[in-house]
Structures are given as C-alpha cells and as structure tokens.
Ligand binder design. Sequence first.
Ligand SMILES: CC/C=C\CCC/C=C/C(=O)SCCNC(=O)CCNC(=O)[C@H](O)C(C)(C)COP(=O)(O)OP(=O)(O)OC[C@H]1O[C@@H](n2cnc3c(N)ncnc32)[C@H](O)[C@@H]1OP(=O)(O)O
Length: 289
Amino acid sequence: MNIIRTVRSVAFSSIPNRTLSTTRSLSTPSAQYTAFEVNDKTGIATLTLNRPPVNSLNLELLTEMRNCLKDAETNKCKGLIITSSSNSVFTAGLDLLEMYQPQDERVKSFWTALQSMWMELYGSKIPTAAAINGHAPAGGCLIATACEYRVMLPNFTIGLNETLIGIVAPKWFVSAFLNVVPRRVAEQAITQGKLFTTAEAHHVGLVDDVVNTKEEAIAKCEQFIASFKNVNPYARALTKQQFRIKELQELEQQREKDLQIFLGLIMQPSVQKAMGIYLEGLKKKSKKQ
Ligand SMILES: CC/C=C\CCC/C=C/C(=O)SCCNC(=O)CCNC(=O)[C@H](O)C(C)(C)COP(=O)(O)OP(=O)(O)OC[C@H]1O[C@@H](n2cnc3c(N)ncnc32)[C@H](O)[C@@H]1OP(=O)(O)O
C-alpha cells in the first residue's frame, strides 16, 4: 500500500492495541479527534471517532473525518469502516454548541465542513460500512446512512430526531435515509423525530445486522467489504455512483443555497430558544447521572 502521509501512532487509552503488528495509523500529526488505521493484511481502513464524551460533530472533527476519507481513497484502501471509541455513543450528531448562539464565520465553516464530509463519504469510491457501537441520533444517523452497510449493537438508538429539537432535517439527510427504509416509514419517523431502538431499526431495515460486541461489528463490516473481492473496483465505483450521483450533484450545485437555508433556520429566535431548552435538558440529565 502506498502510504502518502506521515505514519504515526495514535495513542488514546480507550482504543485497545489490537492487531498492532498488522495495522498502521495514518492520522495527520494534527489529528485530535480521530484515529485512522489501515490493516496491512486486509487493506481495510478503520476510522474511529474519538471526541469524548459523545463524539459530537464539531468543525474540527468533521474536517478530520473528511481528511481520513480522502486518505482512504488516495491510498486505495479496500474499504472503510467507521466506528467510535466510546462504549455507548457512536456519535451524538452535530455539536449543538456549534449551532447555539454561533459565531458567524465559524458556523458557516462548520456547515460547509459537514457538507464536504458527507459528500466525501456518500460518494466514496470504496466500500463503506458503519459499526454502530452506540447511540446514533441525527448527524450520527446521517453518517450511518451515508455508508453502504450498517451493523449495530443492541439497546441503542438511531434516527433523525431533528424535529424534537425544533429543527428540520435537510433534504440530503432525508434522501440518504430514504435509500435504506421505505418512504412511508421514513416520513412518519422523521416527522415524529423518532429514534429507533436497535431492534426496531433492524426490523425496518435501517440497520442490516445486529451483533453483541464491537469486535463482532467490525468483523461483520470486514465481511461486507470482503464480499467485493471478486468485483472490479472501477466497475463497482461507477455502479455505486449511478445510485448516488443525483443527491451528490444536487447538494454540490446548491451548496451556497443549502448553507443560507441552514443559517436562516438556525438563526430564528424560536429555533435558538428551542435549542437552548434542549441543551439545558441534556445538561440537567447529565448532572443527575
Ligand atoms: C435547514 C437545516 C437546519 C438545521 C439542520 C441541523 C441538523 C442537525 C443535526 C444534528 O445532529 S443535531 C444534534 C442531535 N443530537 C441529539 O439530539 C443527541 C443529544 N444527546 C443525547 O441524546 C445524549 O447525549 C446521548 C447521545 C444519548 C448520550 O447520552 P449520555 O447519557 O451518554 O451522555 P449525556 O447526555 O450525559 O451527554 C454528555 C455531555 O454531552 C453533551 N451533549 C450531548 N449531545 C450533544 C450534542 N449533540 N451537542 C453538544 N453537546 C452534547 C451533554 O450536554 C453533556 O454535556 P455536559 O457534560 O456538559 O452536561
């Protein structure tokens, strides 16, 4: 494998030193919130989100994710698995603090980074899989549905719950969701802001498989990626593109408009108020625990 980035070990205690002899870290020296490893035997890359306590997606994490996704493609990895270093949260979705009483320039960069990360993941030429080892609300569900395959651990939740926070799930969040669940289920769930339990998500097809441990989840993702071993990667990529090009082009052509819609919505006083109340509720709950 052609490694183009500085190879360095990423040390954080929550990730066990599994298969150190056969994996290498490709994170940039500035990587703060992610670990990116490539298994030399399988050629499969694993991107681990590591922004405690809940992997909320801020500008820096989104930027790192995008860089890792680009690296996986540039290095011609066989596939990419996204997972979390937390035992209970895949990601809590977008960092609400980026949207609550935001600074003008930062919030624009934040939304632009989300668009870029999503386009990179949704349009990735290589097989992508999510090992959902914890809760995956809103932006967490967005990441999972952008992948081609999802496996989840029991007793967690996943879904687009934006309406419960008083915000609207953008069209591209919805279109990726619609790729995996029937339209009627999607409409009802997204308007209700429904968070599916793992069992419910499996039942409606939002996740493909359920397993008991993170190791099993990673193994399932590896099996999914290995299922393409006899498929020409170029033909595979072009075929995948046929399924996804519409949403990618739509967002690419409407990036500025999408940004303005986002800013217009979140800057509404009623939306700021609802977000403030929601954040307060989260903090109260967290203090009680
Ligand atoms: C036109 C379009 C306009 C707008 C579109 C915007 C689309 C938005 C997409 C989103 O992703 S919005 C975010 C939605 N996310 C959520 O609703 C999840 C909220 N979090 C939770 O439900 C829980 O935290 C949990 C993920 C289930 C984990 O529970 P746990 O008990 O493990 O942690 P706890 O709740 O105690 O939280 C710890 C700590 O983290 C803070 N927190 C949690 N989630 C977020 C978040 N998304 N952003 C920022 N901060 C978050 C929480 O307040 C606690 O903070 P504290 O320790 O300081 O009290």
